[in-house]
Structure formats: structure tokens, C-alpha cells
Ligand binder design. Sequence first.
Ligand SMILES: CC(C)(COP(=O)(O)OP(=O)(O)OC[C@H]1O[C@@H](n2cnc3c(N)ncnc32)[C@H](O)[C@@H]1OP(=O)(O)O)[C@@H](O)C(=O)NCCC(=O)NCCS
Length: 142
Amino acid sequence: MALRLIDYGSPEYEQMVRLRYEMLRKPLGLSFSPEELEKEKDDVLMGAFEDDRILGCCLLTPLDPQTLRLRQMAVPNNLQGKGIGRALMIFAENIARDMGYNSLMMHARITATGFYEKLGYVKIDGEFTEVTIKHVIMEKKL
Ligand SMILES: CC(C)(COP(=O)(O)OP(=O)(O)OC[C@H]1O[C@@H](n2cnc3c(N)ncnc32)[C@H](O)[C@@H]1OP(=O)(O)O)[C@@H](O)C(=O)NCCC(=O)NCCS
């Protein structure tokens, strides 16, 4: 498995958007608007790959000079529980540190809080509804 940055608009980005749609939006009856995807040209996009096949992804959006927001973390159903999500989180944290940020936060789906807790994230606020489901805010100082 290789972890690498994804260029906005590249074939890898198209794979990433498909994975995110399948895992994060389609089950909720939602999709991505062109405006929403357009904003991602300013984000740090990353994925886990086996050859050219995407195994997982996430992205980082700057919030303020200290803090990045992790978004769109997804691993396909049939590949979950193999450490791909953890590897992506560690990769994202290292990139965030290298960029000079000292805090990572996310709007975590309630169903995923256990995953983030295992990686050292703590709930700092919640609960609220986003994309029709309950979330909490979690954070870790890097
Ligand atoms: C959440 C998600 C990204 C985790 O990815 P993954 O590759 O399955 O996670 P890993 O295999 O790296 O798991 C790392 C650890 O977290 C645990 N874990 C994984 N998902 C968990 C969950 N939903 N709740 C509690 N613990 C979880 C694993 O058991 C593992 O624990 P261990 O170190 O004791 O073995 C993946 O399940 C997913 O894509 N879910 C659907 C989309 C989603 O909810 N994304 C997050 C939106 S906020």
C-alpha cells in the first residue's frame, strides 16, 4: 500500500470522489455539488493506493493558522478493519505537522468516534446534525 497526495482534478481525484460518494453520500441519498468540489482545489487531498486502485482517502482543509480540519475520511466496506484508515490518519498528521499546523480537528460521525479515539482524538463539542446524521467535534494537538 502506498500513501500519497492526490492532485485536484487528476484521475486519482476522480477515483477519490467516487469512493467518497459511495461511502459517505450515496447511503444518505446525497451527492456532491459542483460548488462543493470546486472548493477542494485549495485542500490537501490524499489517498492510500494499491497499484492504481484507491483503498482509502481523506482531505485537509485549513481553518486557521494553527488548525486543519480533516474531512471525507473513507475506506471501502470490504477493506475496513485492515489498518488503512489508521495509516491515512498518521500520514495526514505528518503532513499537517510538516505544514506547520499544531492541531487537527474533525466533525466526526458518531459511528466513527471510536476510530478517532483510538488515534488520540477527544470530543470537544457536539452533538449536531450534518448531512442528515449526528456528529461531534473531535480534536488532537499534534
Ligand atoms: C471509519 C473508517 C475510516 C475506519 O477505517 P478502517 O480502515 O476500517 O480503520 P482501521 O482498520 O485503520 O482501524 C484502526 C482502529 O480503529 C478501530 N475502528 C475502526 N473503525 C471503528 C469504528 N467505526 N468504531 C470504533 N473503532 C473503530 C479498529 O478496530 C482499529 O482498532 P485496533 O487498533 O484496536 O485494531 C472506515 O470504517 C470508514 O470508511 N467508515 C465509513 C465512512 C465513515 O464513517 N468515515 C468517517 C466519517 S467522520
